[in-house]
Design a protein around this ligand. Structure first.
Ligand code: SF4
Length: 344
């Protein structure tokens, strides 16, 4: 049987009519699925019991559940979300003054194996379907209301996985999240973070979803970047530079460059100069990220002095620089720390 959320509105409408229901029932059903966030046919109280039974005889309705959650000292909360096949991902809620940001995953595991990232050590298990990404949002949004008395205001696709190697489902989930007929979120409150998949960047540029884009660069030296991010071998820095220019020209948006500062790996004066040179071709904002140690990674975070020197060089090159301290470090919910733990 097909999952009810794998069919489009036209197919849904023809099922409704074929089963002797009025056409407007299709809209009601659609709203339950994509606006009201139902997780079973039984919840659809404005549809007759008879029609709900027909739905469950003809379609599956896969839903997800939160099976564990851990609260950090800084109030961030990490959630373990389980899907119908018992596979799990992690999602994080990060509360700040007047906003709650949800960090969502797009894959179970990740194919890219970045050297500094715990998720990369899991290998790739499977892509999330767009309905599963929406389930993550719905589950976290419900918990955000319960815990923080506030709905999710911002979404970052920075959880497990590389969104642009699951680009169709990522785009479709964003279309649902932002559509007025569905959740109606503002695209400007959604950010896609990528390791820099050239083909995917071009697709995103042509789609022009109006979301924010963050590129995890981490080094502008081709040799160091290849060591940190093996994906760089097939997505070279010069091609990445061209793809970012293309994206900027198509969308007019300023891109965020994410740079994880690692002691004696990518934090020298030369590294800062290379970074400034890489970013000269388009307007960017550079986020310097403090490294979060993971279980077996052989890296240390940069000391304060090296960090200051690095930032001063970028400032002298007229770059806009922010320093980001990841939240949720004590519960392994910070950037690069999401990994399925054995206890699940
Ligand atoms: S940093 Fe992102 S792209 Fe790299 S291995 Fe981790 S999850 Fe994948």
């Amino acid at each position: 049987m097909k999952d009810i959320r794998n069919i489009d509105f036209v197919e849904l409408e023809s099922f409704v009519i074929q089963n002797g229901e009025k056409k407007f029932r299709a809209k009601q059903l659609w709203e339950w699925l994509w606006k009201r966030g139902a997780s079973s046919f039984q919840e659809m109280s404005n549809l007759s019991a008879n029609f709900r039974n027909k739905l469950s005889e003809n379609f599956t309705f896969h839903s997800a559940t939160i099976i564990d959650e851990i609260i950090s000292n800084d109030q961030s909360v990490k959630f373990i979300i389980q899907f119908h096949d018992l596979k799990v991902v992690e999602g994080v809620l990060i509360p700040q003054k007047d906003r709650v940001t949800a960090c969502l995953s797009t894959q179970i595991g990740c194919p890219l194996a970045c050297a500094f990232c715990a998720t990369g050590t899991m290998g790739f298990i499977r892509n999330l379907h767009y309905s599963e990404i929406i389930d993550e949002y719905l589950l976290l949004n419900n918990r955000a209301k319960e815990i923080f008395n506030h709905s999710i205001t911002n979404i970052v696709f920075m959880g497990m996985g590389e969104p642009l190697t699951n680009i169709d489902n990522t785009i479709k989930s964003i279309e649902i999240l932002t559509s007025r007929d569905c959740f109606g979120l503002s695209p400007s409150r959604i950010t896609i973070s990528t390791a820099g998949i050239i083909k995917g960047l071009k697709t995103l540029a042509d789609k022009n979803l109006r979301c924010g884009l963050a590129i995890s660069l981490h080094s502008a030296d081709p040799v160091i970047r290849r060591e940190l991010m093996p994906v760089s071998e097939y997505n070279s820095l010069s091609d990445l530079q061209k793809a970012i220019s293309y994206y900027h020209n198509k969308t007019g948006d300023r891109i965020t460059i994410e740079y994880l500062l690692l002691s004696k790996v990518n934090d020298s004066e030369r590294d800062a100069e290379l970074l400034a040179r890489f970013c000269r071709a388009f307007p960017v904002k550079i986020n310097i990220i403090e490294y979060n140690p993971t279980d077996n990674a052989p890296f240390q975070k940069s000391d304060a002095q090296s960090r200051e020197k690095f930032i001063n060089i970028l400032n002298r090159c007229n770059m806009v620089v922010n320093v980001r301290h990841s939240k949720g470090q004590d519960i392994a919910a910070a950037c690069g720390q999401l990994v399925k733990k054995k206890r699940i």
